[in-house]
Design a protein around this ligand. Structure first.
Ligand code: AMP
Length: 431
């Protein structure tokens, strides 16, 4: 199938060609025709499937005819990064048309956004909170909206935005085309979709499954040795563009700092940074100034950097969905990627859930020099059960160095995680 089947306007075709797209992705093949027909759509798809183009391209086509300087399409996204990414994509694809887009989110000047809207745009991409601010300030008029798109609706729900969404819905015409995209379908989103959509076409692409172009591996490691392991596999795998995920903002900053101190071109993006600092880090990663970006989950949804070769879960994520989103940053569109997850004692339960979601067992690998031995695992688990997290970390560190003699024999016995050795795949690992 080629893009010609959609009969896009030559201005849009030129933009598609400029992007180097030759074949529509499955979600584009299935979603573009009903959207062009003006039908509502429920798209069950995760990022990395080409879903942005699946709604942006037919939206542009539908807006080409019709008035200018009134907001005719509203796209709502849960994070600033995702909103910025969709807006940039629209600017790229609408370059030859005279359709304009404005992006709206918190953490930056309201005034600049208001000026852009007052100057006249046909498309607004917005995060719910700031959009409501502008609506309250009467800066924005949504009475002419013809197309409403909710992207990553499940994440919107996770972030508690559903009441905001319902408030926004009251200000847009009832007679409109609506598209809802979500990677998963919790019952709250199903109810929202039922309320918003009228006889929708439904498109489902690899529902909650990670992209097939990604290979996954788990590496058991002691908590305290994660940063050393990270440095080691970055070297061994010749990782070019690597996204590292940590659980906390502090860790993201700290790990990036440690990598930087060791001579790596690393930066971090996390919620404590101002919007301009976040953008700086992202731009630096996109342009190649940095080739390692350490991030918390806020970055997982919005980052569209082509050619991310590796995703490393420095910490196991809190949900299986987060795993899918994190690892979906690599292996995007036609590329392949690798995802490594550092696994410590106590992560087994979440790993099991992730494996259920993936529908397969993830290969366990060991990196020579980083074996987790049986007693570490016993100590880790016992200590984790007995003590609060803070003292567990302390005890664990000392227990590995001051273990009683009678336990030494157990230390020699490596835990059987059913592992293959990373060195088999990537050559010997030296520290
Ligand atoms: P998305 O799922 O929208 O975040 O898109 C993932 C990546 O796929 C983006 O970098 C897009 O530019 C790229 N992409 C979208 N459609 C196609 C296509 N038909 N062929 C090749 N790459 C594409």
């Amino acid at each position: 199938m080629s893009f010609t089947v959609f009969n896009f306007h030559p201005q849009i075709i030129t933009a598609i060609e400029k992007c180097g797209y030759t074949v529509p992705t499955p979600i584009q093949q299935q979603a573009i025709p009903p959207v062009l027909e003006g039908r509502d759509l429920l798209g069950l798809a995760q990022t990395g499937t080409g879903k942005t183009a699946a709604f942006v391209l037919p939206t542009l086509q539908r807006l080409l005819d019709g008035p200018r300087k009134s907001i005719r399409a509203l796209i709502v996204a849960p994070t600033r990064e995702l909103a910025e990414q969709i807006h940039s994509y629209i600017e790229k694809m609408a370059h030859m048309t005279n359709l304009r887009s404005a992006v709206i989110y918190g953490g930056v000047s309201k005034k600049t956004q208001a000026m852009k809207i007052r100057a006249g745009v046909e498309i607004v991409v917005a995060c719910p909170g700031r959009l409501l601010d502008h609506m309250n300030d009467r800066v924005i008029n949504l009475s002419q909206v013809e197309i409403l798109i909710l992207d990553e609706a499940d994440h919107m729900f996770d972030k508690g935005f559903l009441p905001d969404i319902r408030r926004i819905l009251k200000s847009i015409p009832k007679k409109r085309q609506s598209l809802v995209f979500s990677a998963t379908m919790p019952k709250e989103i199903r109810h929202l979709a039922e309320d918003i959509l009228d006889n929708p076409a439904t498109v489902q692409i690899n529902h909650t499954q990670a992209a097939a172009s990604i290979t996954h591996a788990l590496i058991p490691v002691e908590q305290r040795r994660k940063t050393d392991l990270l440095k080691s596999i970055i070297e061994q795998k010749g990782m070019t563009t690597t996204l590292v995920f940590t659980k906390t903002k502090y860790k993201a900053k700290n790990v990036a700092q440690q990598l930087e101190n060791s001579g790596y071109r690393a930066t971090s993006i996390q919620g404590n940074l101002s919007q301009s600092k976040r953008q700086q880090a992202l731009d630096g990663f996109k342009s190649g100034t940095f080739n390692i970006l350490v991030a918390t989950d806020i970055a997982a949804r919005g980052i569209d950097v082509s050619g991310i070769s590796h995703v490393i879960n420095y910490d196991v994520p809190d949900t299986a969905e987060a795993y899918t989103h994190r690892t979906g940053r690599t292996g995007r569109a036609a590329c392949t990627g690798e995802a490594f997850t550092f696994m410590t004692a106590g992560d087994d339960k979440m790993i099991k859930l992730i494996e259920q979601t993936l529908g397969k067992k993830i290969a366990r690998e060991t990196v020579p020099g980083f074996n987790v031995d049986a007693q570490d695992r016993i100590d880790d688990e016992a200590a984790k059960r007995a003590l609060p997290a803070r003292s567990w970390n302390k005890k664990k560190t000392t227990s590995t160095t001051t273990a009683p003699k009678q336990n030494q024999h157990k230390r020699a016995q490596a835990v059987d995680f059913g592992v293959s050795t990373l060195s088999k795949r990537v050559g010997a690992v030296t520290k």
